[in-house]
Design a protein around this ligand. Structure first.
Ligand SMILES: [Zn+2]
Length: 405
């Protein structure tokens, strides 16, 4: 259901070094967002808001009010962006942008080149490919590390700063709640949200950067098939006259990327891909992303050299993977490149034997197993709650008994 207008209700910045705070209103809902960095002075500007609000507005509003100066190039690109999004997702619609005043920014201070860096395969690949040009690594807390997970943030930032020091790059950490407090309430993070989220943070840095690299998730052959929130067609269109976004790395598939980074010892001692971080693990070695990367590393003969996984590759866990065939964002493409490479190398060992049935399983069967596991988990939770309730009753009974003793 459309909620009318998306607008900024207020924004404030107490001092030059303080956080940027934005209050946004969509229909009756108000969202309070912040952006902060101890490493650089963030530059509030309306390109940030246009980038951040455009996709949610295409889904849930008719009008986006951008009351201020915006980049003419970005404003012109909005119509192309709209056409791409609508061709991919027909449920999205055209919106009206009001009050935007086209103006080229002139207060440029430096000409640095940044890379959004998470320590994963894609961003390591882009760092190694453009190491001479890149001056800064940019890490955003609140995207794939939860805004409240201070332990993991500490571990991750230690790694990013160590990589920065090793390669002679500055490191910029930006914290924001835009993912949980706004974007994910309106659009899916993977399929729509994370590209605009990255470029929105990039626009906060515009006085210092002429170019910022965004590491590609997919190779060109796959980007033609799978729409995704960060995409070679989309990311450059979020650029302004003074800041260019480059979607980088589509020339290589996942196995080719892992092969390149496996030649770098520092990458093999720092790689971070886990999204579950069970028990605070840096890479749990059990979640889908960990397993996919471990299989990719095994494929290129580098698994033993990568020291950042908390567990070895367990082929029983591989055979339990539930991957939908030809599904974007489900890991299918990254695993298929490994399977193809193992076949090419005639490595028909345990990993191949475990992986092949997973990727050949019909989609209906994968969905059925997923549903069965989900119901099993629910029943287990109910059973555990009942059991703990029984125990509490027993404890309460004992307490009553002791009181009467
Ligand atoms: Zn993991």
């Amino acid at each position: 259901m459309r909620a009318g207008t998306l607008r900024i209700k207020s924004f404030r910045k107490k001092n030059d070094d303080g956080p940027v705070r934005v209050s946004m209103q969509l229909g009756a809902r108000e969202h309070h967002l912040f952006f902060e960095s101890k490493d650089i002075q963030l530059a509030y500007n309306m390109d940030v808001f246009l980038t951040l609000g455009f996709v949610p507005a295409m889904k849930h509003a008719d009008t986006l009010i951008v009351d201020g100066e915006v980049s003419p190039r970005l404003l012109e690109s909005i119509y192309t962006l709209s056409g791409i999004y609508r061709s991919w997702y027909p449920s999205l619609h055209d919106i009206t942008i009001e009050k935007a005043v086209p103006a080229v920014k002139t207060d440029i201070r430096e000409q640095r080149v940044g890379l959004f860096f998470s320590g994963g395969v894609d961003s390591f690949y882009t760092l190694l490919r453009h190491c001479d040009e890149i001056t800064d690594l940019i890490f955003v807390q609140g995207f794939d590390v939860d805004i409240d997970n201070d332990d993991l943030r500490e571990k991750t930032m230690t790694m990013v700063r160590d990589i920065g020091s090793h390669f002679g790059k500055r490191v910029i950490e930006v914290r924001t709640n835009l993912r949980l407090s706004f974007l994910e309430q309106y659009v899916g993070w993977g399929i729509l949200g994370h590209g605009p989220a990255l470029t929105c943070v990039g626009h906060l840095l515009y006085p210092y950067f002429k170019r910022i690299y965004i590491a590609a998730s997919d190779a060109y052959k796959d980007t033609l098939v799978f729409p995704w929130g960060s995409h070679p067609l989309l990311d450059p269109l979020w650029s302004s006259e003074t800041l260019e976004f480059v979607h980088d790395g589509c020339e290589a598939d996942r196995v080719q990327k892992v092969a390149l980074i496996s030649e770098c010892d520092k990458a093999m001692k720092s790689l971070r891909v886990c999204y579950q971080n069970r028990d605070g693990a840096y890479n749990c070695g059990r979640c889908v992303k960990c397993l996919i990367t471990m299989i990719n590393l095994y494929t290129v003969g580098a698994l033993d050299r990568c020291t950042t996984f908390d567990a070895g590759l367990d082929v029983r866990e591989v055979s339990r993977l539930l991957i939908l065939r030809n599904k974007s964002g489900d890991g299918y493409v990254n695993l298929k490149t490994s399977l193809d490479e193992l076949e090419r190398k005639k490595d028909y060992g345990d990993v191949y034997k475990a992986l092949k049935p997973v990727l050949n399983r019909p989609r209906w069967r994968t969905k059925m197993i997923r549903e069965t596991r989900r119901l099993g988990c629910q029943l287990n939770n109910i059973f555990n709650r009942m059991k703990s309730g029984e125990n509490q009753d027993k404890v309460a009974g004992m307490a009553d008994f002791s009181r009467h003793d």
